[in-house]
Ligand binder design. Structure first.
Ligand SMILES: C[S@@+](CC[C@H](N)C(=O)[O-])C[C@H]1O[C@@H](n2cnc3c(N)ncnc32)[C@H](O)[C@@H]1O
Ligand code: SF4
Ligand code: SF4
Length: 288
């Protein structure tokens, strides 16, 4: 499995203390993504200006702390990572076998005393579907609590349901045209998966990342609430996240321009109002 980040998180990506694995690759392209180094399935060469050295590039792409990515485009051997092992330039992910993940989790089992467990997130977990399914099955054999965070696009998502204790899915936009425009992908399968999960999964958490200029118009908020009322059940909880720009530096370190502006920040009053709209509609709000 290609994992680009891992570590413990308390009650953020599921309940309790969680060992969180970030899986490489995503099929959407949200320009606000906080984990851009996880977006490309083939991985990305990330630079860290604090540690970078000109001497690791034989093609003159590194000058001071800057990398000229136009030179990297034509690079075949990627000597900066194949011949050098530095913190200055590195491949975004590391490979693990399913058994290595399971063994690592079992070695850390004592950390899950408070109801915690393992969370797979991304990137998009379903891009490595078979490995994800196998890991979840093995972890359930060991009675480990499992959670996934997914963008909901995969047509086989429901096959994961029996092996996931906490299913967390984003609903980024209800409007299909806007969804395509802002994320680069269709929301038809997502809406289907949200409906299915609300009917079938015992612990289903829906999250809306509220992004200024993308999904914070009154019509968007009303559409969310209408849809959520339609799918609501005792097993379903909802949450609103507000835009942050924690990923900005990483976009630059991947050699990409960060295109979000300050307009993407949402007024906290609006966030409060939207949360209240959800509660007023009789939906269960849950903060993770
Ligand atoms: C990095 S995503 C990975 C899971 C999955 N790909 C998805 O989009 O749901 C994890 C969570 O972070 C949220 N997120 C990503 N970038 C964000 C940002 N700039 N501000 C607020 N939330 C963000 C996503 O909406 C999602 O709920
Ligand atoms: S990928 Fe690495 S070795 Fe190749 S041009 Fe870029 S910095 Fe140099
Ligand atoms: S779907 Fe998730 S991981 Fe993929 S680009 Fe959007 S926020 Fe990032």
């Amino acid at each position: 499995m290609k994992i680009f980040q891992k570590g413990f998180n308390y009650s953020q990506d599921g309940d309790g203390n969680r060992l969180v694995y970030h899986m490489q690759g995503c099929n959407l392209k949200c320009p606000w993504c906080a984990n851009p180094e996880g977006m490309q399935c083939k991985g990305t060469i990330v630079s860290d200006p604090e540690w970078i050295l000109e001497s690791i590039c034989p093609h003159g792409a590194i000058s001071g702390t800057k990398v000229d990515r136009t030179i990297c485009v034509g690079c075949k051997n990627h000597e900066c990572i194949t011949e050098h092992d530095t913190k200055g330039m590195y491949l975004s992910y590391q490979n693990y076998t399913v058994d290595e993940i399971v063994e690592e989790v079992l070695n850390n089992e004592m950390m899950f005393y408070d109801g915690g467990g393992v969370t797979f997130t991304g990137g998009e977990v379903t891009m490595q579907f078979e490995e994800l399914l196998e890991s979840l099955k093995k972890l359930k054999e060991h009675r480990i609590n499992t959670a996934i965070e997914t963008n909901g696009t995969h047509i086989r998502t429901e096959e994961l349901f029996p092996y996931v204790d906490q299913l967390i899915m984003d609903c980024k936009l209800c409007d299909p045209v806007k969804h395509q425009k802002y994320t680069g992908g269709a929301n038809e399968e997502i809406m289907k998966n949200i409906r299915k999960a609300a009917k079938e999964h015992p612990y289903f958490h829906v999250r809306v990342p509220l992004i200024g200029g993308v999904n914070n118009a009154t019509e968007d908020l009303e559409a969310f609430v209408r849809f959520f009322k339609e799918i609501n059940g005792d097993n379903v909880t909802f949450e609103v996240l507000s835009y942050h720009e924690f990923g900005k530096k990483k976009w630059e370190e991947c050699g990409w321009k960060y295109r979000m502006t300050k307009d993407a920040y949402v007024d906290q009053e609006l966030v409060k109002q939207f949360r209240q709209m959800i509660k007023d509609a009789g939906l269960k709000y849950k903060k993770t």
